[in-house]
Design a protein around this ligand. Sequence first.
Ligand SMILES: [Zn+2]
Length: 268
Amino acid sequence: MPELPDVELYKRYLDQHALGPTIERVQVNDARILGELPAKTFVATLSGNRFEDSRRHGKHLLVRLQRDGWLTLHFGMTGSLAWFRDEADDPPYDRVRFDFAGGGRLAYVNRRMLGRVGLADDAERFIQAEGLGPDALDPAFDLEAFNRAIEGRRRDVKSVLMDQSLIAGIGNIYADEILFQARLHPKTAVTALIERQRAELFAQIKRVLETAIACGAGAEQFLERLPADYILPHRDKGGKCPRCGGPIATLKSGGRTSYFCPRCQPEP
Ligand SMILES: [Zn+2]
């Protein structure tokens, strides 16, 4: 499932290719991805328009249009973007496609239909309506803001990290790495964290996400690009902890699997 680092890579990809040229044609191949938004409205808004700028908030990519607000992209479990020129290169599961002046085409690809493509009048209002907390890499999201976000949460630290209404951008995969780097067991209660542990956890949120982006790694792709002392590339069966060499353990909760090292991240 795409997480903050994946969406940051999609943002850079879109910026590199699709900012500027006029959208000559909009093709909606599967209107379900638009939810309740009529395909006709979507096509009318984007045809002849331009992508002027983009911003990412958590796992959402928001593209500012030359007129009429913003295009919003959420990638669900399997979404991505593809840029190509030749129509024959149009990838499978292309749900929405933009054809630009100059011959480039941008496809929003999503095998499963769990993502969403939409329109918004205003980016801030959209973020609010989606109930998203601060973006994990926003410079304004500092240690103080982090402490406020997790204060009094009577849950385990992993589910709090993944709660998009508290902090936007972290999913199941990167929560595991952040907890491994912070040497915290996924079941640690937030209320049990001492000040030093909170500060370390906060520092690792920033460090791990920034490192993933710098390495060009996402949550599903290119995990092998991560540093050698990261746990994520070692999650396959029989994987060994890159720090102590011990076996990596798994823990199932809420339909998701956590990977951790029981020695480096002892049970609280
Ligand atoms: Zn270990």
